[in-house]
Design a protein around this ligand. Structure first.
Ligand SMILES: Nc1ncnc2c1ncn2[C@@H]1O[C@H](COP(=O)(O)OP(=O)(O)OP(=O)(O)O)[C@@H](O)[C@H]1O
Length: 394
C-alpha cells in the first residue's frame, strides 16, 4: 500500500507533538440560548475522539465552530498549531485544514466518484491530483468504481467516497457528523469498522459525533460527553463508563440505577446490604448515592426477601430483570440467556464480587471522603437537613 503522509505526521513533524486540535474557552450563544460554553479540549495527532450527548447539547455547534461554519463569541480554536479563530482572527472554512463527513454523505450528484474526491484538490497539478484520487480511492477500496456516479453506489459505498473526499487534501482533522446514522442496521457495523480502520491506518485525527453510546465507547480513543453546552467528561471509554464523573454521565452512558447509601468506617452499605469496602474512607461517615449498573447486580431467589421481580425483558443473549426493593426503588439486573425469574419472584439482591461502584455526593462522583465538619467529629451530611437547606435557599 502507498505510504500516506498522515495528518499525525504532518502535525507532529514540526517538532514535538503539536496538538491537532485545541479548543480554549470556546463559547457560542444564540440569543439567550447556549450553543456551547467554555469548551476546553486538546486532541493529540492521530486521536479519534467521539463526541456524544443528548439532542441540543452542542455537538453540531462544536463541529461547525471547528469547521469555520460558525464564529465563536469567545475563546479560540487552533488546528495543527495555527490559530483559526479567536477574538480577532477568523479563517474561512476552505482555508482550514479540516475534512468533513456528513450523515447524508453530501456528494455532488452530477460528478463521478473520482471527480467528487478530486473536488478539494484544485491546488494540486493535474497529475498529482489524479495520483492522490487513486491513492485515497484504493485506501477505501473503491478504485474500481471511480467512474460511477453517486446514485449508482450503495449507501455504504457513498459513505466511503465521502471519507475519501475528506481525506484527500490531507487535513489535520476530520470531522464526522453522525456518519453512519443514515445507513441501515446491518450495513452500519461494517461501514463503521471500515471507516475506523481507515482513520487508524492513516493516523488521522478525527472528531466523530454520535448519538449511539455503544458506538462512542467502541470507536473512540477518547469519549467526550456533552450536556447543556458544556463538556461533562472527556476520558477514555473505560473511565467514562466505569468511573463517570457526574450523575449525568453515569445515567447517559449506559444503564444505571442510583440508591441512597452510606459510607461508615470504610464500609459502603445501602438498602440491599453491604456493597463494598471503600479504602481510604476509614474515618468517614458520609451519605452518598451509589451507582449500580445492571451487569453489577446479582439475583438469587429467596422466599424471605422483600424484593420482588417486577418485570422481565428478553433481549436475546441476556435477560434484563427489574427488581422492586422494599423502599419502592427499582434496580435492574442482567441475567444470562437461560435465567428467567418470573415476575413476582422474591429475590435476594447483591452486588457482584469485584465491583467498585461510583459514589456520588449531590451530582458529582467522589473518590475521596468529603471534608469533615468544622467540629472535626464527622463528615456526615444529613439528607434531611440538605433537603431543608435547598428548600429554604430556593
Ligand atoms: N442557528 C441557531 N439558532 C438558534 N439556536 C441554535 C442554532 N443552532 C443551534 N442552536 C441551539 O444551540 C443548542 C445546541 O445545538 P446543536 O445543534 O449544537 O446540538 P446537537 O447536540 O448537535 O443536537 P442534535 O443531536 O439534535 O443534532 C441547541 O439548544 C440549539 O437549539
Amino acid at each position: 500500500m502507498t505510504v500516506q503522509t498522515t495528518s499525525a505526521q504532518t502535525a507532529s513533524g514540526r517538532g514535538g507533538t503539536v496538538p491537532a486540535l485545541v479548543l480554549e474557552g470556546l463559547s457560542r450563544h444564540y440569543g439567550s440560548s447556549v450553543g456551547v460554553s467554555g469548551l476546553e479540549l486538546t486532541v493529540p495527532p492521530g486521536e479519534l475522539v467521539t463526541l456524544i450527548g443528548p439532542s441540543g447539547c452542542g455537538k453540531s455547534t462544536t463541529l461547525r465552530l471547528v469547521a469555520g461554519l460558525e464564529r465563536p463569541d469567545e475563546g479560540s480554536i487552533r488546528i495543527a498549531g495555527d490559530v483559526v479563530a479567536d477574538r480577532r482572527r477568523f479563517q474561512e472554512p476552505e482555508r482550514r485544514r479540516v475534512g468533513l463527513v456528513f450523515q447524508d454523505h453530501a456528494l455532488f450528484p452530477h460528478l463521478t466518484v473520482a471527480k467528487n474526491v478530486a473536488f478539494g484538490l484544485d491546488r494540486l497539478p493535474r497529475a498529482g491530483r489524479r495520483a492522490r484520487v487513486g491513492e485515497v480511492l484504493e485506501l477505501v477500496r473503491l478504485g474500481h468504481l471511480a467512474h460511477r456516479y453517486p446514485h449508482e453506489l450503495s449507501g455504504g459505498e457513498q459513505q466511503r467516497v465521502a471519507l475519501a473526499r475528506a481525506l484527500a487534501p490531507r487535513p489535520a482533522v476530520v470531522l464526522l457528523d453522525e456518519p453512519f446514522s443514515s445507513l441501515d442496521e446491518s450495513l452500519r457495523a461494517q461501514v463503521r469498522r471500515d471507516t475506523v480502520a481507515t482513520l487508524r491506518e492513516t493516523g488521522t485525527t478525527a472528531v466523530l459525533v454520535t448519538h449511539d453510546q455503544t458506538e462512542a465507547l467502541s470507536v473512540g480513543h477518547r469519549v467526550v460527553v456533552m450536556h447543556d453546552g458544556v463538556i461533562e467528561q472527556s476520558d477514555t471509554p473505560e473511565r467514562v463508563f466505569e468511573q463517570p464523573a457526574t450523575r449525568f454521565v453515569a445515567s447517559f452512558m449506559g444503564d444505571a440505577d442510583f440508591l441512597p447509601a452510606r459510607v461508615h468506617r470504610a464500609l459502603l452499605t445501602c438498602e440491599i446490604g453491604i456493597v463494598s469496602t471503600v479504602p481510604g474512607w476509614a474515618d468517614s461517615d458520609v451519605d452518598v448515592d451509589v451507582v449500580l449498573r445492571p451487569h453489577e447486580v446479582a439475583l438469587e431467589p429467596d422466599p424471605g426477601s422483600p424484593a420482588r421481580v417486577s418485570a422481565v425483558e428478553y433481549h436475546g443473549a441476556f435477560v434484563l430483570h427489574h427488581v422492586r426493593l422494599a423502599s419502592g426503588r427499582t434496580l435492574r439486573s442482567w441475567q444470562p440467556h437461560h435465567v428467567r425469574h418470573p415476575v413476582g419472584t422474591p429475590v435476594a439482591v447483591s452486588v457482584t464480587p469485584g465491583t467498585t461502584p461510583t459514589l456520588l455526593v449531590e451530582d458529582r462522583a467522589v473518590t475521596t471522603p468529603p471534608p469533615r465538619s468544622p467540629d472535626g467529629t464527622s463528615n456526615r451530611r444529613s439528607r434531611m437537613s440538605d433537603e431543608l437547606g435547598k428548600t429554604f435557599l430556593r
